[in-house]
Design a protein around this ligand. Structure first.
Ligand code: DLL
Length: 437
């Protein structure tokens, strides 16, 4: 098997050297946030921990956790460690309510991000001669622009196709002879289906590899995408708050995703007790601490993603810890076509619509490899007897407001008053019919 490296010295450095580097960078990063980010200083003071108490990674457990709620409470720029004028880019993803989770990057942060993404691309076989087709969305979502800066850093030709218009995507992939496809795994499977329908055989497809992520997918799905597109598929993971894509990627050994530990510390904790779970291979919630971020550094950030972590040597020679595939989430976030959706966002929209009753159900399914989102909404008594035209107008309004709030257009199905299932305990708001595999 052939292993390619972008920066072999760092990717394959001895474990002891990685640990020494992490210790040194952690001490610096904690002092930096304490000195520059008031909410961190407050939290650390409340926990009676000073920067001087953090001498190595072993002391990490003394530091308080953070999560999306901290970002929301300090929206938009309260967690910045630099003046706003020093920002070079802003990205965002869904928060638990209507507000977005905003991440700010300095020029140096973008430089590092580009380098990490270049590592991921080279790991997937890309070279400066490659044509890289990016079908992740461009915009506030980190997928498109994240892969883009890495491809540019590598010196490859990047095709910024963004998402949508599958026929055009296929034409571009075929005509420009793309060798690497970057998009969500469900979109890759959809592209593969469309190609099959058009009579294009795997042997006719110029692609050699794909870098797929932003949503959970299984080994079964990997095998079917690999077969149908005639490629090798890599799983790439990341989250906007920490960086975007390129926090980790699986190597050609396909036995876990290497976390770039020179820039991030990964921990696994029990999502209920928040106690660190020691020992390789045990599943818990993944927590990240950034080591070099300037714009919006994050300390012990709870991803809510459930997975395991291992530090055994890897066949590829890389020494950075490997995380297992994401097995689920410890919160209720749904990922629909790569877009993060919280049921609470849907509820917030509905509660602002006079005609809608606070009874709804969210149905997620997968049709032809594409996720579908249907929201069933009960109307208030008075409304249901209104004219058909009036009801149509309410439906349109809900549809428009949902699309604006979620960044994805759901199908709205209006239901008669008292027709949706009621529950005596926790309401079962979400029916997820997707069978991944
Ligand atoms: O999804 C960043 C990204 C873009 C990663 C493109 C990979 C490729 P967010 O929109 O902030 O960022 O969503 C982050 O998506 O906490 C996971 O729950 C989920 N996720 C991301 N990558 C994977 C993956 C981007 N490979 C959230 N497997 C994360 C499973 C993933 N889940």
């Amino acid at each position: 098997m052939k292993y390619n490296y972008y920066d072999r010295d760092i990717e394959c450095m001895a474990r002891g050297e990685i640990e020494a580097l992490q210790n040194e960078r952690l001490v610096r990063q904690v002092k930096y946030v304490y000195d520059n980010v008031a909410p961190y200083r407050k939290k650390m003071d409340a926990a009676k921990v000073k920067p001087a108490d953090i001498k190595s990674v072993k002391d990490l457990c003394k530091l308080p956790f953070n999560d999306k709620a901290d970002l929301r409470d300090n929206y938009p720029f309260g967690l910045l460690a630099v003046p706003r004028g020093d920002l070079a880019r802003v990205h965002a993803s869904s928060g638990t309510t209507g507000k977005l989770t905003v991440s700010g990057y300095t020029r140096n942060d973008l430089e590092i991000w580009g380098g990490l993404m270049a590592r991921c691309l080279v790991n997937a076989g890309a070279t400066p001669e490659s044509v890289i087709h990016v079908a992740y969305g461009y915009g506030l979502f980190t997928g498109g622009l994240g892969v883009h800066i890495g491809a540019e850093k590598l010196g490859a030709a990047v095709v910024p196709a963004s998402s949508g218009n599958t026929a055009r995507q296929i034409m571009l992939i075929m005509d420009l002879k793309a060798d690497l496809l970057c998009c969500t795994p469900s979109y890759a499977a959809y592209i593969a289906d469309e190609m099959k329908r058009m009579g294009i055989e795997p042997a006719d497809i110029p692609l050699k590899a794909g870098m797929f992520g932003a949503e959970p997918w299984t080994e079964g799905m990997r095998r079917s995408i690999e077969r149908d597109l005639g490629i090798e598929a890599f799983d790439i993971y990341g989250l906007s708050e920490i960086m975007g894509p390129s926090v980790s990627i699986d190597c050609p050994a396909h036995n876990g995703l290497h976390v770039w530990e020179d820039h991030f510390i990964a921990e696994i904790v029990d999502p209920k007790t928040l106690e660190p779970i020691d020992g390789d291979g045990k599943t818990g919630e993944l927590v990240f601490t950034t080591l070099t971020k300037e714009g919006m550094p994050l300390i012990r950030y709870r991803t809510k993603d459930l997975c395991s972590l291992g530090r055994a040597p890897c066949a590829c020679g890389r020494t950075h810890a490997r995380m297992g595939k994401i097995k689920g989430r410890s919160d209720d976030m749904l990922i629909i076509r790569g877009i993060n959706v919280f049921p609470s966002q849907i509820e917030t929209v509905l509660l602002n619509i006079r005609e809608a009753a606070p009874h709804y159900q969210i149905v997620v399914d997968r049709v032809n490899n594409l996720d579908t989102l249907e929201i069933q909404v009960e109307l208030n008594e008075g409304m249901f007897s209104d004219t058909v035209k009036g009801i149509e107008a309410v439906k349109k309004q809900i549809q428009k407001e949902m699309a604006a709030a979620l960044g994805i257009a759901p199908v709205i199905r209006l239901a008669e008053p008292r027709s949706l299932p009621r529950s005596e305990g926790k309401a079962k708001r979400v029916v997820d019919k997707r069978a991944l595999g």
